[in-house]
Design a protein around this ligand. Structure first.
Ligand SMILES: C[S@@+](CC[C@H](N)C(=O)[O-])C[C@H]1O[C@@H](n2cnc3c(N)ncnc32)[C@H](O)[C@@H]1O
Length: 461
């Protein structure tokens, strides 16, 4: 790998006598890792585990995930191992408290799907992405993870700042110069320049300042990047602490994890370096906002007057049986589409709808067409799905791949009507069986487009 000369000049002094082993590690193959969604797939395999994440595992080589139907059920997420360290903040600082969390720069959703798996079911996650096309990918990944207490939004950080003291925890996984991605993404090397590092540092400060008011006093800010330089990392953390008012908090880490301490000022921040940890470059810091913990309940119903009150019209009906524990949900309709959202957070949901641009929220149950109720993919993926409300068909790998390609299916042995297809015990999606064929209800935008199906793509679990 040919590194930019300016990068060498800037980074070599930080690493000192570790420079050679660092550059050697950059020439090695990136490790492949996945994080299981234990709510969907509980039998964890006997594979090398990611030391700082109990559901994280390394794979011996990178398979074609596209052609593994389990990947599409949301049983696991392909996530870079170092990034899984975010889970430690939730384990050590959030624990089982009920919290409102904002993941500000969330697409494609690695950290959001992880956070959703760690917070309590009464908690709320707002997963935001400013770029619309990326917000759609985020929404797809959130939907596949199946957690009902997540709202996906598409806003600039400055739209969220006015939601004063609404969030207990904010994660800013900031857009950065990407030095930590050099090995995985060679384009990151081409885009790197001293000027870009400076621009990133300034943009990161703007993003943090724009959203800062939405974090309650005493709340936790998790700041992370996938870059090494001190400008985007240590200097920004010091700036947050000094200018915005926050205490930098330590995490308990095992010495075996080989996490590198701060490059400057001896602050409790965490660097993942590829020659020391099995993963890509990553940086993380935790800060607690100064001030007294105010009562956040006052914010539950406060609305942005310009946008008015969101209309939630509760509806009754058989569709409720599609969810387990359905008494915990508020059901509502919008343009003939039916949704469910956890009642415990319905006021917060209304508040968010009145402030932010919604991409998706809770469970999209189905659509009414005439007398028909067409169940949606979000319902099939949901952890709250009541599978006994549907006729079930267990399918094999080839049928699953064909279904994911949105090809027509035949289930002549099965009853007519809606069928829930199950792969290795996990729901994959719906078809409408009309006898001689079954209409495929898999979302068109999610379908496998590649015609190639590697014969040797053996399942790794
Ligand atoms: C490092 S990526 C996030 C990765 C994500 N957290 C995950 O774990 O899957 C940074 C994200 O910030 C978004 N972004 C870019 N410019 C931004 C801005 N000015 N404000 C907020 N987000 C921005 C990018 O579109 C990108 O999705």
């Amino acid at each position: 790998m040919i590194l930019p000369e300016d990068f060498i000049q800037k980074t070599k002094p930080l690493l000192g006598d570790q420079w050679v082993s660092f550059t050697e590690a950059l020439n090695e193959v990136s490790p492949t890792s996945i994080r299981f969604n234990k709510q969907k797939y509980s039998k964890l395999p006997e594979m090398e585990s990611v030391p700082w994440c109990e559901n994280g595992f390394y794979l011996p080589q990178r398979p074609s995930f596209t052609f593994d139907p389990l990947f599409h059920t949301g049983a696991y997420y392909v996530q870079e191992a170092s990034s899984m360290f975010v889970g430690q903040v939730f384990k050590q600082y959030v624990k089982d408290q009920t919290v409102r969390v904002l993941d500000l720069c969330a697409a494609p959703g690695g950290k959001s799907t992880h956070i959703a798996s760690l917070i309590s079911e009464d908690s709320l996650l707002v997963s935001n992405e400013v770029i619309r096309s990326r917000a759609n990918i985020l929404s797809e990944n959130i939907t596949k993870s199946g957690y009902p207490n997540v709202i996906v939004t598409n806003n600039d950080p400055s739209d969220i700042g006015p939601m004063e003291s609404f969030f207990d925890v904010i994660l800013i996984d900031a857009p950065c110069s990407g030095e930590g991605m050099f090995r995985k993404d060679p384009q990151a090397i081409e885009e790197w320049s001293l000027g870009n590092v400076q621009l990133c540092e300034e943009r990161q400060r703007r993003i943090i300042a724009d959203v800062w008011d939405a974090l309650r006093p005493g709340g936790i800010l998790i700041y992370s990047t996938c870059t090494y330089n001190t400008g985007e990392n240590e200097h920004n953390v010091q700036w947050i602490s000094d200018s915005l008012g926050a205490e930098i908090l330590p995490l308990e880490v095992s010495p075996d994890w080989n996490i590198h301490p701060s490059f400057e000022n001896n602050m409790p921040v965490y660097h993942f370096l590829p020659h020391l940890t099995k993963g890509e470059g990553f940086f993380l810091a935790i800060l607690r906002k100064s001030g007294e913990h105010s009562d956040k309940s006052e914010h539950s119903g406060k609305r942005n007057k310009k946008q008015g009150k969101a209309k939630l019209t509760p509806l009754e009906g058989e569709y409720k049986n599609y969810l387990t524990d359905n008494e915990k949900y508020t059901f509502f309709e919008k343009s003939s589409s039916w949704f469910a959202f956890p009642s415990v957070n319905i006021k917060q949901f209304e508040y968010i709808v009145s402030h932010l641009r919604l991409v998706s929220a809770g469970i999209y149950l189905g659509e009414i067409k005439g007398k028909d109720f067409i169940p949606q993919q979000s319902l099939a993926m949901s952890l709250a799905l009541n599978t006994s409300a549907f006729e079930i068909v267990d399918i094999d790998k080839n049928t699953a791949i064909s279904y994911l390609r949105k090809e027509a299916q035949t289930f002549s042995e099965s009853p007519r009507g809606y069928l829930l297809l199950i792969y290795k015990g996990i729901p994959l999606g719906f078809v409408k069986n009309i006898g001689n064929r079954a209409n495929n209800l898999y979302p068109n935008e999610w379908r496998i487009r590649s015609g190639y199906n590697p014969e040797d793509n053996q399942p790794f679990i």
